[in-house]
Design a protein around this ligand. Structure first.
Ligand code: NAG
Ligand code: NAG
Ligand code: NAG
Ligand code: NAG
Ligand code: NAG
Ligand code: NAG
Ligand code: NAG
Length: 516
């Protein structure tokens, strides 16, 4: 394939391990050598060494780009997946494929909008840049060339429209479908008798059978969609996750926190598949309310669930696992670095994209533009307590009351790994962290991960880690349902590609790969 080994491994430095102790885990940064831009960073977890070889690709789709329905393209890094079977390596050292990208609930400048759920397909050519010299911003954009192809809308059961509006209503359970969050239709079609299923999509899995699984923040639910956008089924998580009011009733609004269950806008940000065993994993962005999630000082003990989806005829897949994952906490202010995505690596091991909210799109003073923590970290559930089906699935039994983990539960082991805001790496692609709020400032909200094999015989465990940002539809030149909007700032849809070594990934466990 003519693919060149990109970086010298001569400067590998081992990061310090941060084994779990009884208090939240302070954020940590994998150590790298200071001088060489080509230095790799490695970290050990469960006796295995993982290596981050740095950024190899950058690209973006402009903030004002319009998709085939006529709406602004924005927000597409809420979730991404490689379309099954599209990944190819070529003899000239380039790689091609199709990314399926998913925006969340539309622009949210004054309030939520009646945005119909949809996913887009974007073709790409990756020409990995492994040199140490700094590229210009223009040259950097050639490393990941992105071309929008098409959009597929996703519908409510029976073919009705979905909505991004705040989910003020509740639809009762019906055969094959759990209780659902819904919103009233907007005024112009107020004669409709049904309420629209509301979706705020943050996770996406492309299954080898051609269907898609998506995860949401309102529920927090998992939805199974056919490729044509028709809804197949819904997974409702255990009671401990559901937003319940004082009377124990469901209320899916994201505007205020419930009494127990997922916090507002802190739903299933993470969704990933162990494709070999057909186990779907979903993780909350931060702790449930009963586990300290009402305050970002105490919200670090989040939960991940696992469902067996091997039998597609089962209407409600079986819960097969549930674990506590300790998210990093800022050293200075004890703020949780909430997690915007997870990705399956190998049995028991996952990537977790945990971050602050600073960067492009967050504002224009120095505090706003300077990110302090944006990392694709690693965690392992090898030694963690499986609490699925236990008393902790009842919201009256928190796993971490007030943010302190109960002693009988062993959480996942979490270690620092890929740093998005390494100044040397960013500069290689004409990018920067902090300073001016311009096109070359790294975006604030990175929320998606996808892996594809490098297919290099001399580095058989190497993968490309694709990641994209949610630009929140921020553009001065926006359009929705034929009506223009102006968000007062332009934030492009940025994409980055890292090269990482992930040993012990069993063949076939990374969905969408061909040629391995
Ligand atoms: C789990 O425990 C075993 C035995 O102590 C240890 O060898 C292994 O490294 C641990 N795994 C992780 C991910 O910490
Ligand atoms: C986006 O903005 C650029 C620069 O202002 C402009 O050239 C382009 O025509 C705009 N594209 C769309 C689709 O509005
Ligand atoms: C769905 O929404 C589109 C766009 O707003 C609208 O044109 C269409 O009539 C709606 N369909 C239904 C069944 O409400
Ligand atoms: C949920 O709570 C919101 C705000 O507190 C309220 O407006 C709405 O009516 C409630 N919905 C239900 C179904 O109780
Ligand atoms: C709803 O509006 C449509 C289009 O305006 C109309 O054809 C239909 O008869 C109305 N339905 C009801 C129940 O009023
Ligand atoms: C969409 O695909 C599903 C599953 O393949 C199929 O049952 C359904 O009829 C299709 N719907 C439309 C409108 O084509
Ligand atoms: C900075 O942001 C504020 C508020 O969003 C805006 O009013 C101001 O014009 C911005 N300043 C610059 C230099 O962009």
């Amino acid at each position: 394939m003519g693919y060149q080994r990109p970086f010298s491994l001569g400067f590998v430095a081992l990061a310090f391990l941060h084994p779990y102790r009884c208090s939240p885990v302070a954020e940590s940064f994998a150590t790298r050598t200071t001088s060489a831009s080509s230095s790799a960073v490695s970290v050990k977890l469960g006796g295995v060494t993982y290596v981050n070889k740095g950024i190899v690709g950058f690209g973006f789709i402009p903030s004002n780009f319009t998709e085939s329905t006529g709406d602004t393209f924005g927000g597409v890094g809420s979730a991404i997946a490689l379309k099954y079977g599209t990944w190819e390596s070529h003899s000239d050292g380039t790689y091609t494929g199709t990314l399926v990208v998913h925006p969340d609930r539309g622009f949210n400048i004054i309030s939520t909008i009646d945005y119909r759920a949809r996913q887009h397909e974007v073709n790409f050519v990756l020409t990995p840049y492994t040199g140490s010299a700094d590229l210009s911003f223009e040259a950097a954009q050639q490393t990941l060339q992105l071309k929008y192809i098409d959009t597929t809308l996703q519908f409510d059961r029976g073919g009705g429209n979905t909505s991004g509006l705040d989910a003020l209503g509740v639809r009762s359970e019906e055969s094959g479908f759990s209780t659902n969050p819904v919103a009233d239709p907007p005024m112009p079609i107020a004669n409709e008798t049904y309420q629209h299923l509301t979706l705020d999509i943050e996770g996406l899995v492309a299954h080898s059978d051609g269907t898609y699984w998506i995860s949401d923040e309102y529920g927090p639910y998992i939805y199974h969609y056919a490729a044509n956008g028709s809804l197949i089924q819904t997974i409702q998580p255990p009671d401990a996750f559901l937003p319940l009011d004082n009377d124990g009733n469901l209320n899916f609004t994201s505007a205020v926190n419930p009494t127990t269950g997922r916090a507002g806008n802190q739903g299933f940000e993470g969704l990933t598949l162990d494709s070999e065993n057909d186990i779907l994993y979903a993780m909350l962005q931060s702790a449930t309310i009963q586990d300290g999630g009402d305050n970002d000082d105490t919200s670090s003990f989040t939960r991940m669930v696992a469902y067996d989806i091997a039998n597609p005829t089962v209407k409600e897949p079986t819960l097969v696992g549930e674990w506590v994952v300790p998210l990093p906490v800022s050293t200075s202010k004890s703020k949780t670095r909430a997690c915007s995505e997870i990705h399956f690596v190998s049995e028991n091991v996952f990537l977790a994209l945990s971050r602050d909210g600073n960067g492009n799109g967050a504002g224009n003073d120095t505090d706003d533009t300077t990110s302090k923590y944006k990392q694709a970290d690693l965690f392992s559930i090898q030694n963690a307590t499986n609490i699925a089906g236990s008393k902790f699935d009842n919201p009256s039994n928190p796993v971490a009351p007030g943010g302190s983990l109960v002693s009988k539960i062993t959480p996942a082991t979490y270690v620092s790994f890929v740093d998005y805001i390494d100044d040397v790496q960013l500069a290689r692609f004409g990018l920067h962290n902090g300073g001016d709020e311009d096109q070359t400032l790294i975006n604030s909200k990175w929320e998606s991960l996808a892996l594809a094999p490098v297919n290099d015989p001399s580095n058989p465990n190497d993968y490309f880690l694709f990641t994209a940002s949610d630009n929140d539809f921020l553009t001065e030149d926006g359009i929705f349902n034929r009506v223009p909007y102006n968000a007062g700032v332009n934030v492009d849809n940025q994409f980055l590609v890292f090269q990482v070594t992930l040993p012990s990934v069993p063949a076939g466990s990374i969905a969408n790969s061909i040629g391995v």
